[in-house]
Design a protein around this ligand. Structure first.
Ligand code: ZN
Length: 256
């Protein structure tokens, strides 16, 4: 099992990384992609990939961390990508978030940062890890301006039709905690119907608590519960689901 989106450099994991990784391994998690949110946490994410051979990094500028990015951040990202180690397998986390962008000026800055990161992803032939809240149409428009770019829309939540639009734009869909909530009917139906060869599994830990676990921090071990729910939704065998989605992650991120 591969958790394709876990902020393992965040609390509480950074207080006892060996313990949390051991717990994840015990339920069958074999590898993990750790995206970053800003220039300040790139070193911590890269250090994790040096300490744990099963972890891979994404380097990026997250739209919710606007006030930590500067006019120089995209240039710094390019420098980091030029000298990236093999364990850096993606650009990201990048994207748009209209729940936090309250002014046209903030949206404008998010657009410019996403545009720059799409350009870098294509320039350095890396997949991009995308975040989108209340911004699906604008995100799609920006992605489509970069034909040939590949990546994943993480924490997918939306209709089957929206899912298809992202797949048509060259993206995979990251499936996580949302589908464990029965009230997330639209997303559950979408995942049941969308093609398995475009789905990745993730937790977004420590965020995105699963149904039934409210009040506790989400952990990478929980990807095993996501597998249970998605296998039930797609009426497919657990092992088959794990093998297919792991293959998707290996191909997209070039994991070996
Ligand atoms: Zn994230």
């Amino acid at each position: 099992m591969i958790d394709t989106h876990c902020h393992f450099d965040f609390s509480p994991f950074n207080q006892a990384p060996d313990q949390y990784w051991q717990a994840a391994r015990e339920v069958g998690v074999t590898r993990m992609v750790v995206p970053s949110v800003n220039e300040q946490n790139w070193p911590a994410v890269l250090a994790l990939t040096e300490r744990f051979a099963e972890m891979y990094a994404g380097l990026g500028l997250h739209p919710c961390f606007l006030d930590t990015h500067t006019d120089n951040s995209l240039a710094a990202l390019e420098d980091a990508l030029v000298s990236r180690p093999l364990s850096c397998v993606a650009v990201g986390e990048a994207g748009l978030d209209y729940c936090v962008a309250h002014t046209p000026e903030m949206k404008q800055r998010q657009h410019a940062l996403l545009d720059g990161q799409l350009w870098l992803a294509r320039r350095y032939d890396l997949p991009i890890i995308l975040h989108s809240r209340q911004s699906h149409n604008d995100l799609l428009r920006l992605v489509k301006a970069y034909p040939g770019v590949r990546g994943v829309l993480h924490a997918f939540s939306g209709s089957e039709q929206q899912g298809k639009q992202f797949i048509d734009a060259g993206l995979m869909l990251g499936v996580g905690g949302t589908v464990t909530y029965e009230r997330a009917n639209k997303t559950r139906q979408a995942i049941a119907r969308l093609p398995l060869n475009h789905l990745l599994l993730e937790t977004d830990a420590p965020d995105m608590t699963l149904a039934g676990y409210q009040g506790k921090p989400n952990t990478p071990a929980q990807v095993s519960r996501v597998v249970d729910v998605v296998a039930a939704l797609k009426s497919c065998d657990r092992d088959h689901l794990v093998a297919e989605t792991s293959g998707n992650a290996e191909r997209m991120f070039g994991l070996h």
